[in-house]
Design a protein around this ligand. Sequence first.
Ligand code: AMP
Length: 186
Amino acid sequence: MRIVFIGPPGSGKGTQCQRLEELLGLVHLSTGEMLRDAIRDGNELGRIAAGYLDSGNWVPDDVILQCIVDRLTAPDCADGFLLDGFPRTVPQAEAFDTLLEERRLPLDCVVSLEVPEEVLRKRLLARGRHDDTEETISERFRNHDRLTEPLIEYFREKGILRRVDGQGTPAEVFDRIKEAIGLPNT
Ligand code: AMP
């Protein structure tokens, strides 16, 4: 299966992808994790990305596309993948579509995790990641609304959007996701 997770910061994309990765044995790719790894390694990608992550801004589309396209064409992605945090803008989604069409690998579905902003703010502050300060959280919400929210319409028009309520315990949300993507609820 090829599944994309979208949702605002703190909506649980990473947590839910991990659960689905364990259940289905698919590769879980998080562009946020890839960027944080690159920053820790101090490589060229990390040096480019650091300022964007620290200020709560999205990394430029061409930079993200370069790093994810190489990764997606690796042999371990041949049977499918779970994408967490990519695509995050309409231009990224369009470039991604072209790549998948060329390889005749259609997406099965896009899971949109929906959680009210006040709940997300509390979750993010409790999580305490390096880029989870009041200021960067606000900037990430602004970028999400401006750049990522339009993806919901983009995928809805394609008929592959599955909207899922992301409130409640991780187990409750996971049950909703399984139902939304057509997996038996065991
Ligand atoms: P995340 O771990 O998904 O919350 O991502 C952390 C940060 O990485 C974001 O705030 C962005 O700065 C950057 N990032 C991750 N994925 C993307 C993407 N697809 N496009 C642009 N920036 C991204």
